[in-house]
Design a protein around this ligand. Structure first.
Ligand code: SAM
Length: 515
């Protein structure tokens, strides 16, 4: 690994307390950010997750740190880029928000070009403030491990992070290293946050901008457990437009900013929103922690309520049943088409059974077979495919992927046997979720009622409270609460008696008669 560029000892300017010109350096850094963003090869930028924080976002992040009367601060900026986040923190200090007499800023940056800019930025600050800087060229993950296992320095009091985004493969060196300190996670960004939590002193404040993906889904559960066991969530800011926080970088992840207090007692959580990084429509409300992480939830999903009103589903005394209570299971469609290409057929023929994709969705039901689609309509039923097939019956299917333009995240359709009069079995393709009972169909009324409930606006809104991505996982659907068997069945017989249902009919029925 390359040598430390401004360390050991660091560069210091002891004795000069925050006396900073009003026009702060962050404004000047904005030019550097644009220059650095355009000058670095896009391949390197995406390999190292180099999406640099705009000044407006950096300033907002720094504003989230509570006022402090600590005599000194030890700041961590892991994956510091050109130093915008540390700069924003130092600007806030210079403006008088903190009582520190001195600050030590430790900034990790693995990329040589960016580290050049970073050193210059921090030297600029050190020339004017009582600031010691340590610019480290180490891999933050490797170096943190040493620091955690063999601590020699005092812990950090503050961390400000925009970590890189990159998957950690299960057999990678990073994965093995992280396991040594009890961190099991699937992405570099969550690893950086977990390590920061480990490196902070009690009461230490972390502000991080990270993708929303850690909030739910099974892969991030160990990370959620790790953080929630060691830190209190104080604030979450949500950018409501998916592509505006890093608009000139084309980042399409939904990002949040989170403030954690290490070792803090969990209390209310401030949830704020803005459409984008101008923060012009900024709104904030405090919510009880039980609305953010539900007390009964073993998955520890992190919900981000965007309105003060409780979700009608959460409040409803009749929507209290888990799928397991109802004897219903939900699974990902078992037919992975590219693994069984030779068994797929464009149209049905002797020996085949229907194979269903979302292209077969029509209204609330199914249209099959369909001509002129790019997908096969049928799959051979034979010794190889048999284990992936379900017997013909009544099922509800939902799409696993929606596009972000679509109005509803959940789109549910009824699969009824009359759509395939001669078929004894069905194939459900992998992009669908299937509701079933032990891989068999369910009673017709229950299926029709469940589809109505899943297609309602209130269910969709409730689902969006905790799912930031457009993917609808079976695990997410399992976590939701549903009305009783009896209510769903009566909804189903109502649906059958009405024939074709509109969205308005569904919403009126659910809102006036069920909630
Ligand atoms: C998303 S960028 C954010 C940069 C800066 N914090 C900002 O907000 O503008 C993440 C940075 O982490 C750096 N990086 C990636 N992997 C790293 C590692 N293992 N250790 C230290 N830095 C790393 C990248 O080069 C990149 O500059």
């Amino acid at each position: 690994m390359a040598a430390i560029s401004s360390c050991p000892g660091g560069i210091t300017n002891q004795g000069r307390r925050a006396s900073f010109p009003k026009a702060n350096m962050l404004e000047q850094l904005e030019q550097v950010r644009i220059e650095a963003t355009t000058s670095i090869d896009l391949g390197i930028r995406s390999r190292l997750g180099q999406f640099l924080t705009p000044a407006t976002v950096a300033r907002f992040m720094a504003s989230l740190f509570p006022a402090s009367n600590l005599p000194s601060a030890r700041l961590l900026d892991a994956g510091a880029g050109i130093g915008s986040l540390t700069g924003a923190f130092l600007d806030r200090w210079a403006e008088g928000a903190f009582e520190f007499r001195e600050v030590t800023a430790t900034a990790y940056e693995i990329d040589d070009t960016l580290r050049g800019y970073l050193t210059k930025t921090l030297e600029g600050y050190a020339a004017q403030l009582a600031l010691t800087i340590k610019v480290l060229s180490y891999d933050f993950i490797e170096d943190s491990l040493n620091k955690i296992q063999f601590p020699t320095e005092p812990r950090f009091t503050h961390a400000i992070l925009n970590p890189p985004y990159k998957k950690i493969h299960s057999n990678s060196r990073h994965r093995r290293l992280l396991s040594q300190v009890g961190i099991e996670t699937v992405n570099i960004y969550s690893a950086f946050v977990a390590l920061a939590v480990e490196l902070m002193e009690t009461g230490g404040q972390i502000v991080a901008i990270i993708p929303r993906s850690f909030c739910n889904g099974p892969y991030y559960r160990p990370f959620r457990e790790f953080v929630l066991a060691r830190a209190a969530i104080r604030h979450i800011h949500l950018f409501e437009s998916r592509n505006k926080a890093f608009k000139d970088d084309g980042v399409l992840q939904e990002n949040i900013i989170i403030r954690l207090e290490c070792g803090g007692q969990q209390g209310k959580v401030t949830i704020s929103t803005s459409t984008d990084d101008t923060f012009t429509d900024y709104q904030a409300h405090a919510h009880p922690f039980e609305r953010i992480v539900m007390p009964y939830d073993r998955e520890r999903f992190v919900h981000i309520p965007t309105s003060l009103n409780d979700s009608p589903i959460e409040l409803s005394p009749v929507i209290r049943h888990s799928l397991a209570d109802l004897g219903i299971e939900v699974s990902t469609g078992p037919v992975v088409d590219f693994r069984m290409r030779e068994h797929l057929r464009e149209m049905p023929e002797p020996g085949t059974v229907p194979l269903l994709y979302s292209v077969h969705f029509a209204g609330l039901g199914i249209e099959w077979p369909k001509m002129g689609i790019k997908k096969p309509n049928a799959i051979m039923r034979n010794a190889y495919t048999e284990k992936w097939l379900y017997p013909t019956g009544f099922y509800v299917v939902t799409r696993r992927f929606s596009s972000k333009e679509e109005k509803r995240r959940i789109v549910a359709n009824v699969v009824a046997p009359e759509a395939f009069p001669d078929a004894l079995a069905l194939g459900f393709e992998n992009h669908l979720n299937v509701f079933h009972a032990c891989k068999k169909g369910l009673p017709e009324d229950l299926v029709r009622g469940l589809a109505v409930f899943l297609n309602s606006r209130v269910f969709d809104n409730h689902f969006r409270l905790f799912s930031g991505h457009t993917q609808v996982n079976a695990t997410d659907l399992r976590q939701m609460k549903y009305p009783s068997h009896a209510i769903l069945s009566s909804l189903g017989s109502w649906a059958k008696s009405r024939g074709e249902l509109t969205q308005a009919m569904i919403d009126t029925k659910i809102e006036n008669h069920i909630l």
